[in-house]
Design a protein around this ligand. Sequence first.
Ligand code: FMN
Length: 355
Amino acid sequence: MNLLNIYDYEKAAAEKMPSAFHEYYAGGVADNLTLHENRAAFDRIKLLPRIFRDVRHISLETTLGGEKRPSPFLIAPAAMHKLGHPDGELATARAAASFGMPQILSTLSSVAVEEITAVHHPVWFQLYIFRDRGWSAEIVQRAVAAGCQALVVTVDVPVQGLRENLHRIDFSFPPEIPIPNLARAEHGQDNSSLLKLVNDNFDPGLTWADIEWLRGLTNLPIWVKGILRADDAQRAVQAGVDGIIVSNHGGRQLDTAVTPIEALPHIAQTVGDQIELILDGGIRRGTDVLKALALGAKGVALARAPLWGLAVNGETGVRHVLQLLHDELENVMAQCGCTAVDQLTPDLIYNPPQP
Ligand SMILES: Cc1cc2nc3c(=O)[nH]c(=O)nc-3n(C[C@H](O)[C@H](O)[C@H](O)COP(=O)(O)O)c2cc1C
């Protein structure tokens, strides 16, 4: 199969992976409406390209989190990369490292945070705050000690979404795949009971006070992942967080929730001059990235795209997927008359004249 774009990788991964594992990666919740809208919303947006701009030299360089970055891409947190390939998150880390790209490592990764930071910088750590705050504090301390450079608190899972697709196939994680960031002597090694513990530990009682609690644990930058409303974004600014990830969890939480690309403009207009925004959800094409940056995101995070690369061909597959997206972004920037990411502005987006 000629692997020319992310959709080719998606198809190849579907053919290669055990169907239950593929369902875990690909699926959404309930009627999969938000899952599909995450793509459709990008496809509906039309571009207004600029001409005659001398686009011989394109740079993807940007700044994010106060640092210079080679590109606006990040790896989004996704649980259990070992379902895709035996090297799991290590393969993803090595591929991301070759692009100098931050990897946001999931709390539920199948490789320990220390093994990832040994091969890759920068690593940001995605945190689920559990009912057992002592356990959460231990996880934070471990991530800090391992050298992670930011914490990303996921805030859109007060309870688990309606994963009917997984219930229907009676999905469970294979017992031989570990969840090492959660290892604690009293929890034992059996990850099926550990996962039950995690599910029982998602805390519907979380509030903004928990960000204050987290601030007391570490000086690392704190990002909040899963905001879709401008008033929540404003509240995040007041709470002193360092950045916001505009996200609907890849269509895996609240079905019919608004898509990140539709929510972004209002959030960017409200807080975009005060705080950095990353968008994730549905990024499969260079034009998606261009649209997100034009509408106010500083960066974009990728979950399923690198997972498809991983499943097809391990580290090499992730590397190729990331290369494809870099190349596509450069190509479409040139066609839009842009040589640098700061030239990606809202006027590139076509708005039909109002009657
Ligand atoms: C298989 C899978 C596992 C995920 N696990 C996590 C997780 O552990 N923590 C988290 O904050 N988000 C998780 N997400 C959500 C992603 O971080 C991200 O918000 C979303 O998937 C981005 O959309 P995309 O998959 O279309 O790129 C997961 C997504 C997938 C596909």
